[in-house]
Structure formats: C-alpha cells, structure tokens
Design a protein around this ligand. Structure first.
Ligand SMILES: Nc1nc2c(c(=O)[nH]1)N[C@H]1C(S)=C(S)[C@@H](COP(=O)(O)OP(=O)(O)OC[C@H]3O[C@@H](n4cnc5c(=O)[nH]c(N)nc54)[C@H](O)[C@@H]3O)O[C@H]1N2
Ligand SMILES: Nc1nc2c(c(=O)[nH]1)N[C@H]1C(S)=C(S)[C@@H](COP(=O)(O)OP(=O)(O)OC[C@H]3O[C@@H](n4cnc5c(=O)[nH]c(N)nc54)[C@H](O)[C@@H]3O)O[C@H]1N2
Ligand code: SF4
Ligand SMILES: [Mo]
Length: 677
C-alpha cells in the first residue's frame, strides 16, 4: 500500500515468542521509518511489545554485522577483518567438501535454534543443505519438548485448547508460565474473561508480575508441582468432584491415579509443597465448580529433572475434571501442532544428532557414540549464551582445531569465537511464513527493505553453499516465495481458503479451525481420538534440588532459577544492548532476606554465586518475591555483564533424561552465595 507518507509493508515478528505479532512497516525511500502492530490482528490487536517497539533501532544499529568477516585475532577476541562473499562461501564450502570427501561429513555439526522462527528462514532450506551434506544434527529440544512429552503422554493427540479460547474460561490457572512477561498478548484475553467473572490463579514458586496480577497466587516449592496435583486430585476424589462420566468414556488409568492420590492428604501436600492446605482445597473446588476451567502452561516447569512428570501431572487435571467438555476448557500449551499439521514438511533423513544441551561436552569431551566435531555451523542461535554449563561450551568454542561458522546480525558471545561470520538479514529484510506457538494465525512476512550492506537471509546462504558444493536439489533451488508456496501446498483442511495471495493482501489468516472446536471431543481432521492416559503419579524431586539432603546440598544449599525476567529481553537477543537493560544496567542475584541475613548480605552488596560448574560476581537484590532457599538470576544477559565474562548459564545444570532427549535441567541447579569482601 502506498500513501504520501510512504509505503506500508505487512509482516510479522520472527522472535521465539508465543505471540507472533503481525506488524506493518512504513518505508520511505527504501528506509523503514516506522514499525507498529497490525490493528486488525485478532490476537495481537495492534500492539507489539517494549522490545520490538524499538526493532528498527536494532535493524539500523551501528553494530550490525554487514559483511562477511574472517577472524584475525585469538578465538574470543572479537578481532575480524571483512572479506567478500565469494571468499567466505568458498572458504566454508571448501572445508565442508574436504570433510565430506574424506567420509567425515558427520564431523560437521549444524547447531541452530529459533533465533528466527519463520518456516523458511528457520530451516526449510538450510536444514535441507545439511541433510544432503550428511552433517551431524542437533536435537532442538532445549525448549518445549519435555513439556510436550509430558502432556502428550496423557493426551495422546497433542492438540490442546486454543489459547484464544481462554476468553471463555471462568477459572484460569496459569501453571508455571509468566504470561505478563512472556506471552503478553494473551493477557487481554485473560482480563476479558476476568471481567466476565473468571478467577485467575498463578502457580509459580516466584511472585512474578503475573502472580501479582492474578487473583490468587499459589507459591509451591520449586519442582513440587506433582505433589500439588496429587493433593488436588485427592480433594477432588474425596469430595466427589471428579467427572466420572468423562473418566469412564475418555480415559484409562484412573484407578492407578486415584491410588497414588489417596496418600496425598492435605497435610502431606502442604508439607511437600509449602502451599497451605486450605488453598489446595480451594483450588480443587474452584476448578471443578466454576467452569469452563482452563489450565495454561508453557515451559517454566519443564526445565527440571522431573519436568516431564510435572507436565504429565498438570495434563491430568483437566482430564480428571472433564474440562475438555467446555469451549474454553482444557489445557492450553504450545499451539505449534496446529501449524505443523497444516503446513507441508519435507521428508528428512535421520541424521546422527546430539542434544543441544550437550554442546559443551560434545565439543570438549565427546562420549562414546558422539561424533568428533571439526566444523561447527551456527545459525539462529547463540549457544555460548543459552546452553547450560557455559564454561564447557566456551572451552569447546576455544578449541584451535575447531572451525566455527556463525551466521549472525551482531557480534554475540558465540560469534566472537567464529572463524568466519556471515552477516544475517533481519526480519524486515527477508520473506518468510510465520507460524505461531501461541495462537492459530499464520502470517506472511514480506520484506520491507533490501538487506542492509551485504547481509543475506539464511535461505540464500544455503543456496550459495549448495551451489558451491555442487548440490542439485529441488528444495534448495526454490526461491523464498516458491518455498512459502511449497509450505502452503499441503492440501490440509486447516489451510482451506488460505493462499499466498490472500496472506500477501491481508498479512495473516487464522487456520481454518472452528473457534468452537473442542479438542478431544470434536473431531480434528486426520487425528484419531484416543483415550487419555491417566495412571500412577509420583512426586520425585530432582537430584539437584533443595530439601533432599544430598551431599551436594550440604555444599550448595540454595536453588537457582534463571527464568525470563525482563520485558525488554527475548532470550539472548537483547542482552548485549544497553537500551534493553533494566534501569540498574546489570543483572542481579535475587535472594530472600532470610538467606541474605544469614550470610550478612545487604541490598546492592557484591556477592559471589558459585557451584562446581562456575562462579559469577553480581550485586545482590533482596526480595521476598522469592521464597527462602531460592535465588534467581535473569536469563539472557551476555558474557560481558559480569567480571568473570560469563552469564547465568555458567552455573546451570546440563543434565538430561537417560535417553538424552528433551530439555536440560536448567532450574535444578544448586549454588552457594557469599559476600565479596
Ligand atoms: N538459563 C536459561 N537458559 C535458557 C533458558 C532459560 O529460561 N534459562 N531458556 C531456553 C529457551 S526456552 C530457549 S528457546 C533458548 C533460546 O535459544 P536461542 O534460540 O539460541 O536464542 P535467541 O536469543 O532467541 O536467538 C539467537 C540468535 O538468533 C539471531 N537471529 C535472529 N534472527 C536471525 C535471522 O534471521 N538469521 C540468523 N542467522 N540469526 C538470527 C539473533 O541475533 C540471536 O543472537 O534458550 C534456552 N536457555
Ligand atoms: N520477555 C520475554 N518473553 C519471552 C522470552 C524472553 O526471553 N523474554 N522467551 C520466549 C521463550 S523462548 C519461551 S520458551 C517462553 C517461555 O515462557 P514461560 O514458560 O512463561 O517462561 P519462563 O520464564 O521460562 O518460566 C515461567 C515460570 O515458570 C516458573 N517455574 C520455574 N520452576 C517452576 C516449577 O517447578 N513449578 C512451577 N509451577 N513453575 C516454575 C518460573 O518462576 C517462571 O516464572 O517465553 C517467550 N517469551
Ligand atoms: S517479541 Fe513477541 S510480543 Fe514482541 S513483537 Fe515479537 S511476537 Fe510480539
Ligand atoms: Mo523457549
């Protein structure tokens, strides 16, 4: 659309955020001058967020990387010189070719995550490149997979309550999710429900902004949620509040769950969780009585050794209550599956893969069965900041015999260790199809301006490398527009009426799913209904948590949480930018006054937080938003935010489930805190 004030180009936010806001960019003489939310988008309703409101400053930031770079100083020094694209592509392709020719393609590791989560630029083409090459892959499971495993083990089909339908609920339980900070566009729907009489409950060990805004805050001990669920089920069963018809017709395993819950008297539940008995009873009665009842959860509770069991337990509540009967009732989790089902996806060969959480170990000390990595290719991620056990990750990145390529917009903690940095385009410079894991709207992101400098979209980088390697492949020969059309060509009924042209015209479209559809009650195309699986539940706190009396706990008696705390951060995208920092300008160590007093720590004091994995020096912030025994450091800051040159993941636990799948136990991390004299 052209007006006298410039051209308006429709697009959508690329961040790994459930909201996937639709936006409009105003362009004057080839320069983006204004960015605002699309007023007509039913979910995001014309607003963006405090970080992305300033996104154009990021696009035109003087620190943007705008040419390919080659390292000239020691790894990590950040010393580089510009080189041309031809040299950069030839250099990277030459290394890859040599490894492939010597039968060592799997010593190339593709490490990527959701720096941009549009379908084309997150991976369609670049994943294909590495599939054809036969490189080692990363199980991209640091976020959401553990929660999915827990919930899907109960629900069978992972289709849950459409978050938008929460507006119809009368009891809303925000379970281990900080909606006001991490999913802010859901909040107006929560408020809409509240003005119609809904009561909002937050279940979180921390008094978050969401907990403050809720009507009731239940503050369980970290990782004790299974006990809380067992206590609720106990009351429901005792008081005859379960939905017996639903249980009969739609579930298996109720007798085993009932048996598990029988022992969870209110006293025992209160002792294990710290939640007062009358609160547990109230929650059970409210969830059963004031319907529809919606439970909302994202990933806060999954980052634990018992995270899968917590999500399994949480998913059992709506199943026992028959909450799924009501429009607006059930469990609302990631909405990703609706989009995954709708869009065409390529057949992918199984590649040798390692879990993201084990990056440090795989680079430094590969186990039996791990590939020996000689070439690391990073895109859409900042592993030096986001992967647990950061000191090991950095030790890996420092390896002189490792050749590292990083596709980035800025000189991140990871890019500093690269041998070659390739300049990445930003969202307003590239075409993409944006799905969402927070709602059912697809959006087309149209490029508003040409890529700055010599930056390129990931898709084009994949095409250039493919061509240098002599790869002839159908997907890798698609243009970005053809790739979007390919994704939309599944023929799935969720895409009825959705065409490229319509998306280009309107910017977005809701998947063709009836808003009144009740998952697990009404038929979902291509998804057979299966009974929900209840069964025995056990409260087994992780090994690295407080209260278990382990030897580790003797030395490190405090539990560390590192959640998404800042409105102006999005994972590690903004942690290196002063404009996005809180007014203090630094990360702090939050600690309960009782624990601070016991250590002689006053507000603002310098403290050393440490465990066997690492140590950080930070300023203390005393707060009773935490419970005693719990400390917190915000996630997302860059290495330079501490004197050690490390961020919170220097302390976090990289352990995984025995099958090596799912997310790391980030929040099962024990530390000690001492004043710095
Ligand atoms: N301690 C702790 N650690 C955590 C978490 C936590 O809560 N606590 N949360 C975990 C979770 S849930 C997640 S999802 C991960 C996030 O991990 P990541 O997905 O790695 O994090 P991001 O910071 O979102 O994105 C990484 C980079 O992508 C780049 N990028 C953006 N757009 C583009 C593009 O178009 N092309 C290219 N090539 N690059 C682009 C950005 O500049 C950014 O540096 O972190 C995990 N780590
Ligand atoms: N502003 C902002 N928004 C974001 C992001 C960001 O970095 N910044 N990141 C995006 C990404 S990638 C993701 S995955 C989502 C995550 O969205 P959320 O899951 O909502 O966010 P988290 O901060 O990871 O965790 C939510 C809450 O879980 C709580 N929690 C921790 N342990 C437990 C437990 O044992 N039991 C219970 N009940 N609660 C527990 C934490 O205290 C925290 O308040 O946010 C997205 N949105
Ligand atoms: S980060 Fe999230 S809330 Fe902010 S504009 Fe992007 S999608 Fe919207
Ligand atoms: Mo995430």
């Amino acid at each position: 659309m052209g007006t006298s004030e410039g051209l308006t180009v429709l697009g959508a936010c690329h961040h790994d955020c459930p909201d996937t806001c639709a936006w409009e960019v105003t362009v004057v003489d080839g320069v983006a001058t204004r960015l605002r939310g699309s007023a007509t988008h039913p979910f995001t309703r014309g607003t963006l967020c405090p970080k992305v409101n300033r996104f154009l400053d990021r696009v035109y930031h003087p620190d943007r990387i705008l040419t390919p770079l080659r390292r000239t100083g020691p790894k990590g020094s950040g010393q580089f010189e510009p080189i041309g694209w031809d040299d950069a592509v030839a250099g990277v392709a030459g290394r890859m070719d040599a490894l492939m020719a010597s039968g060592r393609a799997d010593s190339i590791l593709q490490f990527s995550f959701a720096g941009t989560q549009g379908q084309v630029q997150m991976g369609l083409l670049i994943d294909r490149l590495f599939d054809v090459v036969g490189a080692a892959d990363i199980h991209r499971e640091l976020c959401g997979v553990t929660a999915w495993r827990g919930a899907a083990s109960v629900l069978g089909a992972p289709f849950g309550l459409d978050p938008e339908m929460i507006r119809h609920a009368r009891t809303i339980v925000l379970w281990g999710t900080n909606t006001r900070v991490t999913n802010r566009h859901l909040w107006p729907l929560v408020e809409e429900a509240r003005s119609a009489g809904a009561v909002v409950v937050a279940v979180d060990p921390v008094r978050t902004e969401t907990a403050r805004a809720a009507d009731v805050h239940l503050q369980p001990r970290p990782g004790s949620d299974v006990a809380l669920v067992l206590g609720v089920v106990h009351v429901l069963d005792r008081d005859g509040l379960v939905d017996a018809d639903w249980i009969d017709q739609h579930t298996s395993g109720w007798p085993e769950l009932q048996a598990s819950a029988r022992a969870w008297t209110q006293e025992r539940t209160a002792a294990a969780t710290g939640v007062p008995a009358e609160r547990v009873e109230w929650l059970a009665h409210r969830m059963a009585g004031e319907r529809p009842t919606a439970v909302r959860s994202l990933i806060g509770a999954e980052h634990r050794e018992n995270g899968e069991e917590i999500l399994r337990a949480v998913a059992m509540l709506p199943a026992v209550l028959g909450s799924w009967r009501d429009v607006g009732g059930g469990l609302a989790r990631s909405a990703q599956m609706w989009h995954t089902a709708a869009l065409r996806s390529p057949e992918r060969p199984r590649r040798r893969a390692v879990n993201m959480a084990r990056l440090g170990q795989v680079l430094v000390d590969p186990g039996e069965g791990d590939p020996r990595i000689e070439l690391l290719f990073v895109h859409n991620s900042n592993p030096a900041a986001i992967v647990p056990d950061q000191n090991r990750v950095v030790a890996g990145l420092e390896r002189e015999d490792l050749f590292t390529v990083v596709v980035e917009q800025f000189m991140t903690d990871t890019a500093k260790y690269a041998d070659i940095v390739l300049p990445a385009a930003s969202q307003i410079e590239q075409l993409d199809l944006a799905h969402s894991w927070g709602h059912l709207y697809l959006a087309l992101n149209q490029p508003a301006v040409a890529p700055l400098g010599e930056a390129l979209p990931n898709s084009e980088i994949a095409r250039r490398l493919a061509s240098a390697l002599g790869i002839d492949d159908e997907l890798l020969s698609l243009s970005d527009e053809e790739a979007v059309r390919w994704l939309l060509s599944s023929g799935h009924p969720f895409l009825d009426g959705i065409t490229y042209e319509r998306l280009a015209e309107d910017g977005f479209a809701r998947l063709s799913v009836d808003p009144a559809l009740r998952p697990h009650v009404d038929p979902v195309p291509d998804v057979p209904t299966a009974p929900m699986r209840l069964g025995p539940l056990g409260h087994r706190p992780g090994r690295e948590t407080v209260g278990g009396g382990s030897a580790l706990e003797q030395r490190f008696p405090l539990a560390l949480i590192s959640r998404k705390q800042h409105q102006k951060f999005l994972n590690a995208n903004y942690g290196g930018f002063a404009e996005h920092h809180p007014s203090s300008g630094r990360p702090s160590l939050q600690i309960h006054p009782d624990d601070a007093d016991a250590r002689g720590i006053a507000d603002g004091d310098l403290v050393r937080v440490h465990n066997d994995r690492g140590a950080l020096t930070l300023h203390a912030e005393r707060t009773d938003d935490l419970q005693p025994g719990l400390v917190a450091i915000p996630f997302g800051w860059w290495h330079r935010s501490t004197p050690e040159g490390r961020a919170v993941n220097a302390l976090t636990n990289a352990s995984l489930a025995d099958d090596d799948r799912g997310s790391a136990y980030f929040h099962d991390t024990l530390v000690e805190v001492a004043p710095v004299s």
